[in-house]
Design a binder for this molecule. Structure first.
Ligand SMILES: [Zn+2]
Length: 312
């Protein structure tokens, strides 16, 4: 009898969750990473054909998910420091007449370093963890949010070019959005989220944890302790080393990178062996599924609860 009640209870919870959102499957993420990190794209270096093919792939995912272009087209080109890059920018309009003027930005860089030092006849730096994993995660999350269609605030989904050349794409986009005076609430950037930690009591960290209440809020919104502090990330100031920093600099609002890699648990950073077989897609899907209700909350609270801490 007891067993039956338990079974019924678990069925009820599962149904409630399914109504809430259709879960992201490991296979969904794997297929995106598989394409983005394939040899045909030759390491997705900015200004190369391989990067353009990656941009077209992202655009096709947006179209399939019913995500609109943020600008007139999905491709937002820029030129900087001799590089020509394309940010791919989608839009999920908010449902609330007032709150939709506030923007939650989800981002990840999709470019990589191109060719690397040759190891056993392989010189293509496939960048599966860096950052096909972040790109695939953002695509999966955005697709889920678009399907849900419950976000009161608007969501801009930006996949950046030129990160490896010095955050070029995010600098261009953050300046452009600042000049258009958008009301950016929070920016969540995804970097190297394909390999789990083995020795931590959290699944992911955010860079610059101590600068805002985002980490604490994500834990309370997801009713978990999935987000932690990485001392290594702090030591190397990873807060300033990815695209979140461009938005922090322009807007001075909470802008952080979500990651499961602080270089202590991954030996193939900018190495030709950063390939798909290093990644754990069950971990990625479960992390994303845990995180999505937190992102929904960020989009839907009445007031802007995520805030920077005052500095002296
Ligand atoms: Zn990266």
């Amino acid at each position: 009898m007891k067993f039956k009640i338990l079974l019924l209870a678990s069925l009820f919870i599962q149904t409630a969750c399914a109504q809430y959102f259709e879960k992201v499957q490991p296979q969904d993420i794997r297929s995106s990473v598989d394409f983005l990190s394939s040899d045909i794209l030759k390491g997705r270096e900015t200004t190369t054909e391989g990067e353009l093919v990656a941009a077209q792939f992202i655009k096709s995912k947006f179209i399939k998910a019913g995500i609109q272009p943020y600008f007139e087209t999905y491709f937002d080109s820029f030129e900087s420091k001799g590089f020509k890059g394309i940010n791919v920018v989608g839009f999920i309009e908010g449902t609330d007449p007032e709150l939709k003027n506030e923007v939650v930005l989800l981002g990840a860089h999709y470019d990589h370093i191109g060719m690397g030092d040759k190891v056993q006849n392989d010189s293509i730096a496939n960048g599966a963890n860096d950052n096909a994993s972040g790109t695939a995660s953002v695509l999966a999350i955005a697709e889920c949010l678009a399907r849900l269609g419950t976000n009161k605030r608007s969501i801009v989904v930006a996949l950046f070019s030129g990160e490896e050349k010095g955050l070029l794409g995010s600098k261009a986009l953050s300046k452009k959005l600042k000049s258009q005076n958008i009301d950016l609430y929070t920016m969540l950037n995804f970097e190297m989220i394909g390999v789990p930690f083995t020795n931590r009591d959290y699944e992911i960290f955010i860079t610059g944890y101590e600068l805002s209440n985002l980490g604490d809020k994500l834990n309370s919104y997801t009713n978990s302790s999935m987000v932690g502090i990485s001392d290594v990330a702090k030591k190397y100031n990873l807060f300033k080393r990815s695209d979140n920093y461009s938005f922090y600099k322009e807007f001075k609002v909470p802008s952080h990178t979500i990651s499961s890699c602080d270089l202590t648990n991954f030996d193939f950073y900018h190495h030709v062996d950063d390939e798909i077989d290093q990644l754990d897609f069950v971990f990625m899907a479960s992390t994303i599924n845990k995180l999505i209700p937190g992102i929904v909350q960020i989009c839907n609270t009445d007031s802007k609860e995520i805030q920077m801490y005052a500095t002296n």
